[in-house]
Write a new protein. Structure first.
Ligand SMILES: CC(=O)N[C@H](C=O)[C@@H](O)[C@H](O)[C@H](O)COP(=O)(O)O
Length: 229
């Protein structure tokens, strides 16, 4: 079965940990991936060729690879070059996630063109991480197999969108026939059900599953001791 079909109607778990996080170790990412697989995940989303290679060695689940490129005083860009896509595929990614945003385009170049090129030259489907409907439509028209709401709330022109996932964007683009992935700030079964009710192809969840540091902080803040800190 192809990777896009394999994740239809399922949960993809994003197993990532940034520099400085206690789980920033490929061995820890592998353990998170194994938990996700045992828990019934339909796929995995993994950052960087090193982690992709490590996870690929222990699971048969469809593997979405991305490569975050850090920037000073700004969020990292998601896979902003063909060379990074090539590395991810060499490491075992079945599908490449790359951003198609107006924010990245001035430095990264023609991102819808990159979608097309990756599909044609590397022979893998592309998940376009976008922040607006316009970006989603541009990516879809140039051959993205999936469009994900990953960056809604993270580009300067969408920062006002708040703590909830942008499920309205899922619904808006799914209504146009675009294969949509709901990603970013999903935390509850209700978020998951709502995403599918609005036409999502699949959902991606990261921190709510794979970041015990953030979950602990969130819960300690509700304790008397935590709120005194
Ligand atoms: C904005 C950005 O760079 N998002 C990244 C994309 O890969 C990851 O840091 C997120 O964890 C992932 O999108 C899942 O989202 P959440 O962790 O909210 O469930």
């Amino acid at each position: 079965m192809d990777v896009v079909t394999a994740i239809e109607g399922g949960l993809v778990v994003s197993c990532q940990a940034p520099e400085g996080h206690p789980l920033r170790d490929p061995r820890a990412i592998v353990l998170l991936a194994r938990c996700a697989e045992l828990g019934g995940a339909a796929g995995l989303r993994v950052n960087g060729p090193e982690d992709v290679r490590a996870v690929k060695a222990v699971t048969g689940l469809p593997l979405i690879g991305l490569a975050k490129v850090p920037r000073p005083h700004a969020r990292p860009l998601i896979t902003p070059s063909f060379a990074l896509c090539e590395e991810l595929v060499r490491a075992g990614a079945d599908l490449v996630a790359l951003e198609v945003t107006a924010e990245a385009e001035p430095s990264a170049g023609d991102l819808p063109g990159l979608v097309e090129r990756v599909r044609r030259e590397l022979g893998v489907p592309v998940m376009a991480d976008v922040s607006t409907a316009e970006e989603g439509v541009r990516a879809w028209e140039r051959g993205a197999a999936l469009v994900s709401t990953t960056l809604s709330g993270y580009t300067p022109y969408t920062l006002a969108s708040g703590p909830e996932p942008d499920l309205a964007l899922v619904g808006e683009l799914a209504a146009l026939g675009i294969r949509m992935v709901a990603e970013g700030r999903l935390r509850t079964p209700e978020h998951v059900a709502e995403a599918f009710a609005r036409g999502a192809w699949s959902v991606v969840i990261g921190g709510a599953i794979t970041d015990p540091l953030a979950i602990t902080r969130h819960l300690t803040a509700a304790t008397p001791a935590g709120s005194r800190r």
